[in-house]
Design a protein around this ligand. Sequence first.
Ligand SMILES: NC(=O)c1ccc[n+]([C@@H]2O[C@H](COP(=O)([O-])OP(=O)(O)OC[C@H]3O[C@@H](n4cnc5c(N)ncnc54)[C@H](OP(=O)(O)O)[C@@H]3O)[C@@H](O)[C@H]2O)c1
Length: 291
Amino acid sequence: MKIAVLGAAGQLGRDLCPRLAALGEVVPLSRADIDLSQPSTITTTRIASYDLDYFVNAAAYNFVDKAETEPEAAFAVNALGVRALARACDEAGALLVHYSTDFVFGIDPAHTVPRTETDLPGPASAYGVSKLAGEYFVLDEVYGALVIRTCGLYGMWGSGGKGGNFVETMLRVSGQGKPLRVVNDQRCTPSYTADVAAATVSLLERGVKGLIHVTNSGDCTWYEFAAEIFRQSGLTPDLIPITSAEFGAAAKRPAYSVLSTAKLVSQGVPALRPWQEALAAYLVERQNKPA
Ligand SMILES: NC(=O)c1ccc[n+]([C@@H]2O[C@H](COP(=O)([O-])OP(=O)(O)OC[C@H]3O[C@@H](n4cnc5c(N)ncnc54)[C@H](OP(=O)(O)O)[C@@H]3O)[C@@H](O)[C@H]2O)c1
């Protein structure tokens, strides 16, 4: 089996590559190989040249706030680039695996039930709309594609686009002696890229197709996540809960975007460990991270 991973240097991509190697030969790809912002260059001939069984797309335009002022850039990569990739993969006979986000759901502060795959999306940001368009294009263009919605990713290698991850940001700023103001009215599930990558392998082994939610178990707000990071790290910074309105990010985010993973479990993949356990594993593993 031969599997390409686009975005192989991203935080999810770097955890995917070694785990997918259990299934066959992995071909790590970067923007230099396939640039999603240039859809016309993503041809069937190009994809067919890799002679793939699976094409795993872990690449995306991930600047959630910046997308509000440059929606064209978000759409070029997350929607039109993905559409071209989906078409080329379908014609080249490579099964596409694609990642999406909890940000396809709306703000709705009254919503308090985990979102299922059949729930109606209603993104409130340009990034969310671009990712939803990407989902639709993949599922429309490719019979048998797998689209994995995940949430609040943090990984050993950090998000290149965002310059790190939430855990590392919290640990870094905790040492600066200033009060830390963290949003306490957005509830979701922080998810460790190592766990999402392992679940991806399990889904491929089982031949699962369609749209599926994959996150760690449980839920929290970003403030509660920060508090747990500090508790597990033995740190006691001045942590202050604030509202999304007080934080004032450019892009609106869902108030409740906990993703139900009942479908994942129904496909025979065990529920991912609770987010607190995943965080504990991450905090241990980061100590052993190669330079
Ligand atoms: N991060 C989160 O909290 C989160 C939450 C939910 C869902 N997701 C989804 O999960 C997936 C993985 O996210 P991540 O956090 O691992 O992202 P990441 O670490 O920021 O990595 C994104 C990768 O995409 C590549 N890329 C960006 N623009 C590209 C283009 N035009 N053509 C080809 N490659 C391009 C980047 O390459 P360069 O280094 O060259 O820029 C990078 O390797 C994405 O689909 C994302 O939308 C993420």
